[in-house]
Design a protein around this ligand. Structure first.
Ligand code: ATP
Ligand code: MG
Length: 414
């Protein structure tokens, strides 16, 4: 008989298991739990959108010349011959739903979601082909206070997660259309003058989408970017006023930030506010959360003119910033020392869990060895259930408030 070869996992995907030394699955879940808690504090509704969409949803909205659309999408023809794409980000799908599902009636709509995303990238630490994001959007709100609210949410979340230390909010404005066009012309002039120092990719970007060069990860490009003009000299009065209202709001709300006048975001649809929360604790993959205002997107997709602002953060990158955490202890472990008492053990388990206490049963293998086996499981209380001289016997070891609650629950159970 030939041996069956187990297929390898796909490059850039991850398997995670809780209760291991790195505790990655638990850290991941913790990020989502805290996100769910904080989004309720800010009054964001939950949304769910499909994992795949018609390719046009992403290709049109993200911009044909962006890295995501030109190189990173998982696009295929399904069996019916339609071109579909696994979502590489949330915003386009949510904007599509806003238009097609009548979500306009809830405007200004504050929505949050989380889940898996797919990009064909070169896998490395903090960069995967299947990764996960938490995401928050405010759709139908054009005022700078919406940007402030969203940034407060992000800042609050990072503090709740305990990772705010060493993570910096960098902020910029991309201005309105007039500001952006003027800045774009200045950037083109600068990059043309340094054309020979640019990477091949960036020479191409120069023709199609020069702002994108600012976002390049190539070291040679970054040197040219460092001396490129910032946007400030090109802001219209209106755009400058909008930005001032955002920064005044942040000051009033106690959110710290630093300015990066050359910050742009990877996708085409941003206007006005653009921001990233960055850290040097994750090597090259230093952006944990990014977002901004995308007032033109929904109209571009065939909907009504609708201002909007949003952000997304990589769950894996946030989880990597968390400590692995201490040893996980459950509340009670029960050793069934005599199989004649199985009914009592099951009643005790039920009573414990209904009292909100976590519990596990050790009931396999030789009954004489079960106590020692159970004693090896980290728990607040060790319960043994057996028989002495033909009568049921119950014993609870452990100290503290949880052990006392365990004892009360199992004694009441029988
Ligand atoms: P990067 O500059 O790192 O490629 P990006 O600008 O492409 O990020 P966004 O599209 O803004 O990222 O997504 C928001 C967040 O999602 C990022 O800040 C990051 O935390 C996370 N993220 C993006 N791509 C990946 C990936 N391939 N693997 C893991 N996390 C990712
Ligand atoms: Mg990217």
């Amino acid at each position: 008989m030939s041996r069956i070869q187990t297929p390898r996992p796909i490059r850039g995907t991850q398997d995670m298991l809780g209760g291991t030394p790195d505790n990655l699955a638990d850290r991941f879940a913790h990020v989502v739990d805290v996100f769910e808690r904080v989004r309720k504090l800010y009054g964001f509704r939950r949304a769910e959108v499909p994992v795949f969409e018609a390719t046009a949803v992403f290709a049109r909205s993200l911009g044909e010349s962006t890295d995501v659309v030109s190189k990173e999408m998982y696009t295929f023809e399904d069996r019916g011959g339609d071109s579909v794409t696994l979502r590489p980000e949330f915003t386009a799908g949510i904007a599509r739903a806003y238009i097609t599902e009548g979500w306009q009636q809830y405007a200004p709509l504050k929505v949050a979601t989380h889940g898996p995303l797919f990009r064909y990238e070169r896998p490395q630490k903090g960069r995967y082909r299947q990764f996960h994001q938490i995401d928050a959007e405010v759709i139908g709100a054009g005022e700078p206070l919406a940007d402030v609210e969203l940034l407060c949410f992000a800042d609050h979340l990072l503090r709740e997660l305990g990772v705010a230390e060493g993570v910096t909010l960098t902020l910029n404005t991309l201005g309105d259309a007039a500001s952006r066009d003027a800045w774009r012309d200045a950037l083109v002039a600068h990059f043309e003058a340094h054309r020979e120092a640019l990477s091949e990719d960036s020479v191409e970007r120069l023709a199609r989408n020069p702002l994108r060069i600012l976002d390049s990860k190539d070291a040679g490009d970054q040197a040219v970017v460092a001396t490129a003009p910032g946007i400030d000299d090109y802001l219209t009065d209106e755009a400058a006023d909008f930005f001032e209202k955002v920064t005044d709001g942040l000051a009033a709300a106690g959110v710290a930030w630093t300015r990066n006048a050359r910050l742009v975001r990877g996708l085409d649809y941003y206007r006005h506010t653009a921001f990233e929360f960055i850290t040097d604790r994750l090597g090259a993959q230093g952006t944990v959360l990014g977002g901004g205002r995308y007032d033109g997107l929904i109209e571009n997709m065939g909907g009504p003119a609708t201002p909007a602002v949003g952000w997304a953060a990589g769950i894996e990158r946030l989880a990597m910033l968390l400590d692995a955490g201490g040893e996980h202890r459950i509340d009670a472990v029960i050793a069934l020392e005599d199989d004649a008492q199985v009914a009592r053990a099951l009643a005790s388990l039920r009573a414990l869990r209904e009292a909100g206490l976590s519990a596990e049963l050790v009931a396999s293998g030789s009954p004489r060895k079960r106590f020692d086996k159970a004693a090896k499981i980290p728990a607040h209380a060790l319960v043994s259930i057996g028989q002495r001289d033909g009568a049921p016997h119950l014993n609870v070891r452990g100290e503290g408030e949880i052990a006392a609650r365990v004892e009360a629950a199992v004694r009441q159970a029988g």
